[in-house]
Write a protein that binds this ligand. Structure first.
Ligand SMILES: Nc1ncnc2c1ncn2[C@@H]1O[C@H](COP(=O)(O)OP(=O)(O)OP(=O)(O)O)[C@@H](O)[C@H]1O
Length: 330
């Protein structure tokens, strides 16, 4: 069982109050989402020990980071915080910025080399932050935080201000930093594409309080079999689809299909602008509004539209994919 980040926090300041009690598994990526001013950054700051005015408790696994008698300072919490802006040291090379992150914890050189490889930082090592693009700076900032060997990663809108091409470039690096290194993360984001691609669960907050857990997409494994003028041809189950992925793209992908990103029909779909259509089989019907579908060799809990009759278990249905968010898996 995954360890848990648990907290019961309150904070009051002019015109704003935060009051949240949660248990978040330290496993995969938890997106924290909600309207502007909801308190997402404030929550991360409280958990990281950056808000002295917050009262309550914070536990990371078995470790108490805060309670009535204890307040562990930010640098000793094991939290790696990637801020909205890169905050690199401008007078140091990229290599020295990375080494700075590692120095405090006496991190082995091999670990730095692994981070350089994972985040593709080798070509940047001798450069100064001033000359880096927005996407490159974020990558270095992520690398510097990873070099401090955190137990959990906090990503506060790490792609703000990047265009969709730069986002597509940095997202695989975030996947490698989290899923590749097995590092759990909290990701503050408003952006649907970031949440659907990266998140394993979604915590929604509003006006400083809990507003529910959001739905996460189902993920289907796919593999690149060839490239064409329009991108990469991927195979998912018995279907093929073309996605605009770069020629250098990884071979294995998880295709995140959001709840509004597919249609299920009881007969084969006619021609349309679907990305792909897969034959699926109805499995268990647990009675929680979802139906277990066997799609492309996977069983997924698919939200069944209210009022539509569920075909009996064992029936064939068609799973027509309208929208996917691809995530590399290595
Ligand atoms: N340093 C500060 N001092 C006083 N109030 C602040 C400070 N920073 C944020 N606030 C206020 O606290 C509330 C929560 O802000 P916070 O930045 O946590 O929201 P958010 O959900 O992260 O918003 P956004 O999506 O716009 O980044 C807002 O009302 C904001 O105006």
């Amino acid at each position: 069982m995954a360890e848990v980040l648990s907290f019961d926090l309150s904070l009051r300041r002019d015109g704003f109050a935060l009051s949240l009690t949660e248990r978040i598994p330290l496993d995969g990526v938890t997106a924290v989402t909600g309207p502007s001013g909801a308190g997402k950054t404030t929550l991360l700051r409280c958990l990281a020990g950056l808000e002295r005015g917050a009262s309550g408790s914070v536990r990371l696994g078995d470790d108490v980071l805060q309670d009535e008698t204890r307040f562990v300072p930010p640098h000793a919490r094991g939290v790696g915080y990637v801020f909205q802006e890169a905050r690199l040291f401008p007078h140091m090379s990229v290599a020295r910025n990375l080494a700075y992150g590692a120095r405090r914890r006496g991190v082995a050189q091999e670990r730095i080399e692994e981070i350089v490889r994972l985040l593709d930082l080798a070509p940047l090592l001798d450069r100064r932050p001033g000359g880096l693009s927005g996407g490159e700076s974020r990558r270095v900032a992520l690398g510097r935080v990873l070099a401090s060997q955190p137990r959990v990663l906090f990503l506060d809108e790490p792609m703000t201000g990047l265009d969709s091409a730069r986002k597509a470039e940095i997202m695989p690096h975030i996947v490698r930093a989290t899923h590749g290194l097995g590092l759990p993360a909290l990701l503050v984001s408003h952006a649907e594409d970031e949440i659907q691609t990266l998140a394993d669960r979604v915590l929604k907050i509003e006006e400083g309080g809990h507003a529910g857990w959001g739905r996460v997409p189902v993920r289907l494994p796919a593999r690149v079999v060839e490239h064409c003028d329009h991108g990469a041809v991927l195979v998912v189950g018995e279907a093929r689809l073309i996605l605009p992925l770069p020629a250098s793209a990884e071979r294995n992908w998880a295709l995140a299909v959001p709840p509004d990103g597919a249609l299920v029909s009881t007969g084969p779909p006619g021609p349309g602008n679907a990305l792909a259509s897969l034959q699926a089989r109805v499995g268990a019907v647990p009675g929680d509004g979802t139906v277990a579908l066997e799609v492309a060799g996977h069983t997924v809990a698919w939200p069944w539209p209210e009022g539509r009759i569920v075909p009996p278990p064992g029936s064939d249905v068609w799973f027509t994919i309208l929208k996917v968010y691809p995530r590399p898996t290595g």
